[in-house]
Design a protein around this ligand. Structure first.
Ligand SMILES: [Fe+2]
Length: 294
C-alpha cells in the first residue's frame, strides 16, 4: 500500500495513510513518518486498532521513550503500564473519576495550551496518542503551529525574544486553574526547569516559539511582566490560522511534535461519558539550555 500524506490546513496537520501500525515498520515507513512530521508537525493515522504492546513497539521507532506524566498519581493507582500517559477519565478499575478527584483536577491542566513534558529538563519529542474510546461531543484535541507563529512575529519581537529563558513546572500550569493540592514529595519532583523561548528544530531547521502553560516566569524579568508577555505570545500563537482542531474517531492514532507545536483538549462531559486515549512519548535530543546543579 503506497504511503499518502494529505495536508489538513496550510500550516499544520496532515492525514497519513498506507502504514499498518500493528506490524513492524520498515526503514522507509519510519522515514516517511519523520519527513511528514518535519513538514506538518501533526499526523493523523486513521483506523489503527492497536494493542498497548503494538503502540509501545511503534513508538520505539522514534527515539527513547519518556515515562508518563502521571506526577500526581501513586504507582499503585496506575491503570496502564507506567510508560503510558493515561489520557482518560478512568481509575484503575475503569470507573469514571469523581468530580472532586485530585487526579481529575490535575488532568484539567490539559485543557490549557501546552507542550508535553516541557516541565522536564529533556522535554518531549513526539507524542503518540491512540483513541481507544472516543466521545461524540466535545473532547477535540487542538494543535497550534509554533513555527508559523514564530515566523509571523515582527523582527523587533524576534530579536527581543531570541535569547530569553523561561522556567517551566507543573505547579505553574495547574496553579493557573487554582490547583495546588500536592504532597511534599510531589512538590520535590516539580522544581522548575529552564528552557529557551525560541528553539530551532534539529531536522527541519525551522525556529519556533517554545510556549507552554507550564511556564511560570522569564529569567531576569519581573514575574507579572513575564506572564503578561507570555500570555500575549500565546494569544498570538494560537490564532485560528495556526490551529488544527482534531475531532476524534475511534482508532485514530495522532502523532505530534512537541518541539514545533502546542496542544490542548477541549471540554467534554467527563463525568458521564468514557474517553480512553493512551499516550506514548519520546524524548527530545537533550536540554534546550544548561541547567544549574540542584
Ligand atoms: Fe498534553
Amino acid at each position: 500500500m503506497p504511503i499518502e500524506i494529505r495536508a489538513l490546513t496550510p500550516h499544520i496537520g496532515a492525514v497519513l495513510t498506507g502504514i499498518d501500525v500493528r506490524k513492524p515498520l520498515t526503514e522507509a515507513e519510519v522515514a516517511a513518518v519523520n519527513a511528514g512530521m518535519d513538514r506538518h508537525a501533526v499526523l493523523v493515522l486513521p483506523g489503527q486498532d492497536i494493542t498497548d504492546a503494538q503502540q509501545l513497539a511503534f513508538t520505539d521507532n522514534f527515539g527513547p521513550q519518556q515515562a508518563g506524566a502521571n506526577a500526581t498519581m501513586r504507582a499503585a493507582d496506575f491503570r496502564l503500564d507506567p510508560t503510558f500517559a493515561d489520557v482518560s477519565n478512568l481509575d484503575k478499575n475503569n470507573k469514571m473519576l469523581a468530580r472532586d478527584d485530585r487526579r481529575r483536577m490535575a488532568s484539567l491542566g490539559n485543557r490549557l495550551w501546552h507542550s508535553d513534558a516541557s516541565f522536564r529538563v529533556v522535554p518531549a519529542k513526539y507524542s503518540i496518542l491512540s483513541g481507544r474510546t472516543v466521545v461524540s461531543r466535545g473532547g477535540n484535541t487542538e494543535f497550534a503551529d509554533m513555527r508559523a507563529a514564530y515566523d509571523a512575529l515582527d523582527d523587533e519581537t524576534k530579536a527581543e525574544i531570541e535569547d530569553l529563558i523561561c522556567e517551566h513546572s507543573l505547579i505553574f500550569s495547574r496553579g493557573q486553574l487554582g490547583f495546588d493540592e500536592y504532597l511534599p514529595e510531589e512538590k520535590e519532583t516539580m522544581q522548575p526547569v529552564k528552557h529557551r523561548l525560541v528553539r530551532t528544530h534539529p531536522s527541519s531547521g525551522r525556529k519556533s516559539l517554545f510556549l507552554s502553560a507550564h511556564i511560570g516566569t522569564i529569567l531576569g524579568w519581573p514575574r507579572p511582566e513575564a506572564m503578561s508577555f507570555i500570555r500575549d505570545l500565546t494569544e498570538h500563537a494560537t490564532q485560528r490560522e495556526f490551529v488544527y482542531s482534531h475531532k476524534w474517531t475511534q482508532h485514530d492514532l495522532v502523532i505530534w511534535d512537541n518541539r514545533a507545536t502546542m496542544h490542548r483538549v477541549r471540554r467534554y462531559d467527563d463525568l458521564n461519558t468514557v474517553r480512553d486515549l493512551r499516550r506514548t512519548t519520546t524524548k527530545s535530543d537533550g536540554p534546550t539550555v544548561a541547567q544549574e546543579a540542584a
